[in-house]
Design a protein around this ligand. Structure first.
Ligand code: WQD
Length: 339
């Protein structure tokens, strides 16, 4: 069974391709390599022994998207990761984010309308909740004004999909709202490849511990949390990847109860920045050089998932805890350092 993964050489995309291949799917990857490299494709093959079909293609080019789908009328599902995802960059370059995250979604959905079977999995985010009022966050939490153009593109993306499914009975969709994906495949052959100075906590910790960065800055310790630092739900990327396969199978087997379903993907446990640092120091058996600095604008105080719906309806539950995920990130970083 042939499945398209857009952004399939990215962090979550590549881990999802591995899990799809492990389940026997034939995978077609589209990636424009703007935030990845062909080394990731080699890594996927090294892990699974199976070579996905790869098309270097920019989904912003509508004609290229149309030509691609003409060649692949036998697709049984699409998992759509391709998007820009840096919150800070989205504030500086909003139009780049609206073009890259919205236009591409529209072009792919327009092609799905022409296919006989259209099962669509959308890469969404807990950022759609902004600062939720109640913890843990359920899928019924109100969608608030987005705190960044990136978060807005995920909110708009979900609305576009809902509107499309409402008028196209053929298109069945699931949005997966990730909390904070971290970690790497146990082989340490694929993992997160931040370009330039890492924006996210875990890659910055790993680069600091490796001596690539001098010191981690902790953005504020005066929040109303257990130790004053922000709380997040850090979930292993392989758990996130497996959820995509389960969601696709739900649609392929017509188990979905509505034409557009939404699930939170988290562990259900919140961890503060200082707790993450402590977990790293325990796992790596080394101290981390960090200092407390001012808050980062746009940060929410706390965000962690209520996982009931994913556990009971989707039939998925995170198998790895924070230390497992951090250890896998550290093993990946050490493999990068060894190159
Ligand atoms: C986590 C915590 C920072 C870096 C990200 C993506 C978002 C979504 C979820 C995809 C915060 C603190 C960070 C540093 C720090 N992913 N921090 N020093 O902001 O929760 O959201 O994951 O949809 O798009 O942006 O993740 O890792 O940047 O920050 O103190 O050098 O770590 O203040 O409290 P975030 P993050």
């Amino acid at each position: 069974m042939k499945v398209l993964v857009t952004g399939g050489l990215g962090f979550i995309g590549s881990h999802t391709v591995v899990e799809l291949q492990n389940e026997g799917y034939q995978v077609v990857i589209i990636d424009n390599l703007s935030n990845s490299s062909l080394d990731v494709l080699k890594g996927i093959v090294a892990i699974t022994g199976k070579t996905p079909i790869f098309e270097k293609l920019d989904l912003k080019d509508k004609a290229q998207v149309q030509a691609f789908f003409k060649q692949h009328q036998d697709l049984k599902g699409v998992i759509h990761f391709a998007a820009s995802k840096a919150v800070g960059e989205s504030v500086e370059k909003p139009l780049l984010y609206y073009e890259n995250n919205i236009n591409t979604l529209v072009y792919v959905l327009q092609e799905l309308e022409k296919l006989t079977i259209s099962n669509f999995i959308f890469s969404s985010s807990c950022t759609v909740y902004a600062q939720a009022d109640v913890m843990p966050i359920t899928e019924e939490a109100p969608i608030k004004m987005a705190e960044s153009p990136y978060g807005n593109t995920k909110q708009i993306g979900e609305e576009i999909i809902q509107d499309t499914c409402n008028v196209n009975a053929k298109i069945q969709a699931i949005a997966l709202r990730y909390f904070n994906p971290i970690g790497a495949h146990e082989s340490a052959i694929i993992g997160e490849l931040p370009i330039g100075v890492p924006q996210n906590l875990i890659p910055y910790i790993m680069q600091t511990a490796s001596g690539i960065r001098e010191q981690l800055s902790v953005f504020g310790d005066d929040y109303p949390t257990i130790d004053g630092t922000c709380v997040r739900d850090y979930i292993h990327v392989v758990d996130v990847a497996k959820a995509h396969v389960i969601a696709l199978q739900r649609l392929l087997n017509n188990k979905n109860t509505t034409n557009f379903e939404v699930f939170n993907l988290g562990t259900g446990t919140g961890s503060s920045v200082l707790e993450v640092i402590q977990a790293f120091e325990k796992v790596a058996n080394q101290k981390l050089n960090y200092k407390i600095v001012n808050r980062r604008s746009g940060d929410v105080v706390s965000a962690y998932a209520d996982t009931t719906k994913a556990n009971e309806v989707l039939g998925w539950k995170a198998q790895y805890n924070l230390e497992d995920a951090i250890l896998s990130s550290w093993q990946w970083q050490k493999s990068l350092n060894a190159v």
